[in-house]
Ligand binder design. Structure first.
Ligand SMILES: Nc1ncnc2c1ncn2[C@@H]1O[C@H](COP(=O)(O)OP(=O)(O)OP(=O)(O)O)[C@@H](O)[C@H]1O
Ligand SMILES: [Mg+2]
Length: 319
């Protein structure tokens, strides 16, 4: 099962590097205590629940999912099961958050617990239990292994992740875990939802925000898994990187801009490289067109804010 072709690596090196830079920037700002950031965490839990359940066929919209989770509202016309799926998934996320900081590595028992939360009261007979019979995945180009192999294969996978014998980075490792897990298909149902939780346990333990596979990418996701079944991880890695970068950006955009050096406009425009004069930049600042604030009589901004403005304008011109 460990025939892993890593020829994709050179293409992805700069992407991995960028993701690690962003993760480092985020870690530097931890603990993320302000209320804006805890709102992001809540919103992402709703998004994560909506997307993961909706890939599986749940018809609650993002907004309905939010109403069910945050306001306890029952949506007319939607089944009890769909409501339970949303609430269960949220409980699974909460459980996941509760074990992120434990110092043990990934354990099979945590995966079973996550699965237990996902299927509780919906399919109680299966919740938290490995399958004891065969399964098929519709549209897949292979048949998952025999039920009597599942337990050993799962242990082997967990061990592979914890020992990381090929020296992979966290994102590769989470990707391989994701694929090998659904390849084993340890459960009768709920494999997808469980693996999308468990892979984030791995990533979040390493300081990444949750990577959320979007409902809109369902087709790409299934194609990527079929390619991975043939030993080609290009598409799946790319999808994982994109999912990871999206949530990294959401957090980074909300951080107080303590990276940036604010300076008076007169100082910034005195640099020879500055394309604009003081009058014009001051006007942009006053009009709220660039990131700037007033201190005493002076407007302060950053070189980057000006660069961003220029870039955006150029982009608009090209459209
Ligand atoms: N071609 C494939 N090869 C390997 N795994 C696949 C393939 N197609 C789908 N899968 C995985 O199987 C999962 C579906 O399995 P299962 O129905 O047990 O999980 P679920 O959580 O109930 O549903 P879903 O994952 O669709 O939300 C998919 O989410 C995906 O992760
Ligand atoms: Mg299913």
């Amino acid at each position: 099962m460990w025939n892993i072709n890593r020829t994709y690596l050179p293409d992805f090196e700069s992407t991995f590097e960028r993701l690690y830079d962003k993760q480092a920037m985020l870690s530097k700002n931890r603990p993320l205590s302000n209320s804006a950031l805890s709102k992001i965490k809540e919103a992402l839990s709703v998004e994560w629940t909506y997307n993961s359940n909706s890939i599986e066929g749940n018809t609650l919209s993002l907004q309905e999912t939010q109403m069910v989770l945050q306001d306890g509202i029952t949506i007319r016309g939607k089944s009890l099961r769909e409501h339970f799926e949303a609430k269960n998934h949220e409980k699974a996320i909460n459980y996941l958050y509760s074990i992120i900081n434990e110092d043990y590595n990934l354990r099979s028992i945590d995966i079973l617990s996550l699965h237990g939360y996902v299927l509780r009261t919906i399919e109680d007979d299966f919740a938290g239990r490995i399958r004891n019979g065969g399964v098929r995945i519709s549209g897949a180009n292979f048949v998952p292994p025999n039920a009597n192999k599942v337990s050993d294969l799962l242990d082997e996978l967990v061990n592979f992740i914890n020992t990381n014998p090929l020296g992979m980075n966290d994102i590769e490792l989470a990707t391989i875990f994701h694929h090998k897990f659904v390849w084993i298909h340890p459960f009768f149902d709920g494999n997808g939802r469980t693996v999308r939780l468990a892979m984030n346990l791995l990533l979040m333990k390493k300081g990444f925000p949750p990577a959320i596979i979007l409902k809109n990418d369902r087709k790409k996701y299934y194609e990527a898994l079929n390619q991975a079944n043939n030993g080609n991880y290009q598409k799946l890695i790319l999808l994982m990187c994109q999912a990871q970068e999206r949530t990294l950006n959401i957090y980074l955009n909300a951080l107080p801009d303590n990276e940036e050096e604010y300076d008076t406009i007169s100082n910034i425009v005195s640099e020879p490289s500055s394309p604009y004069g003081q009058e014009y930049i001051s006007l942009l600042a006053r009009q709220g067109k660039i990131d700037a604030y007033k201190e005493g009589r002076n407007w302060l901004t950053t070189k980057k804010a000006i660069d961003n403005y220029i870039e955006n304008r150029q982009r608009k011109r090209l459209l």
